[in-house]
Design a protein around this ligand. Structure first.
Ligand SMILES: Nc1ncnc2c1ncn2[C@@H]1O[C@H](COP(=O)(O)OP(=O)(O)OP(=O)(O)O)[C@@H](O)[C@H]1O
Length: 250
């Protein structure tokens, strides 16, 4: 399998506050990469840089062989950001309309075709919320809403799905079902990058794990990662880049 995303020597600061230091890693087609690290360790920032949504101070990122910042085929990417930051969560649109937005990445301004509508319906069914399609997105639970955003990515026929702590506030039973869905999508060939604080879930589902706290402590296949001391170092040591970094915040 070839690399679809490469990060080379990336550094990033917010104002004068260093957040990422000399990060290099690659993601191969078909990977299920889990990213873990303490609060405020730079995971969300790195994910945004990987997707070309934020520009590093130095270093390069290539997405599907192109510089990530100028990558234009948004339909190939599905990004499910932290729940609170989704702006359409409060808009008066139905679940089906949100999912249809993924299809407009292909259809542009033309009317949706029979095939487009079929793909939208299949995406809703795949994530298990077909029965909620006429409900307003704002009336869904957090877990249901995350599924709607994944359906939107499926409708755009994304090759890469990036999720930032998608199951925060979701009950344990639904978390397990959610991860089963991710496993299925990964088996279907979709590459997944996911930020998750639960190492147990990553051990069970991710094919590789990256641990960071400003710098990258380790990135390896899951079984090899578990033999490293990366988690211990990242979660027990003082902050590498700044002892005063505030926790959390996005
Ligand atoms: N827009 C911003 N402006 C200034 N500082 C920011 C901004 N966004 C994040 N930060 C800071 O950058 C650091 C890394 O934040 P980031 O959200 O990438 O970490 P994270 O590992 O995803 O955290 P969490 O696990 O808490 O979600 C934190 O110290 C955070 O306070």
């Amino acid at each position: 399998m070839s690399d679809i995303l490469t990060v080379n020597n990336v550094n990033f600061s917010y104002d004068d506050q260093p957040v990422l230091k000399d990060i290099s890693l690659s993601v191969r087609e078909g990977d299920f990469l889990g990213m873990i690290g303490p609060n405020g360790s730079g995971k969300t920032t790195l994910l945004k840089i990987m997707l070309g949504l934020q520009t590093p101070d130095s270093g390069t990122v290539e997405l599907f062989g192109e510089p990530a910042r100028s990558f234009e085929d948004g339909a190939r990417l599905g990004y499910v950001s932290q729940q609170s930051t989704e702006s359409d969560a409060t808009m008066p649109v139905t679940v089906r309309e949100v999912v249809a937005m993924g299809r407009y990445a292909h259809a542009g301004l033309r009317r949706l075709s029979e095939r487009d509508r079929d793909i939208i319906d299949r995406s809703l069914t795949k994530v298990g919320i077909a029965d909620l399609k006429n409900r307003r997105i704002s009336r869904l639970s957090g877990g249901q809403r995350q599924r709607a955003y994944i359906a939107r990515a499926l409708a755009s026929e994304a090759d890469l799905l990036a999720l930032d702590e998608p199951t925060v506030g979701v009950d344990a039973n639904s978390v397990e079902k959610f991860y089963q869905l991710l496993d299925e999508l990964n088996t279907d060939g979709i590459t997944i990058i996911l930020i998750e604080h639960d190492i147990g879930l990553l051990t069970e589902h991710a094919t590789s794990i990256a641990c960071l706290d400003g710098e990258l402590y380790a990135h390896a296949e899951t079984s090899k990662f578990l033999k490293t001391d990366a988690l211990e170092r990242a979660f027990s040591s003082a902050r590498v880049l700044s002892a005063n970094a505030p926790a959390g915040g996005n």
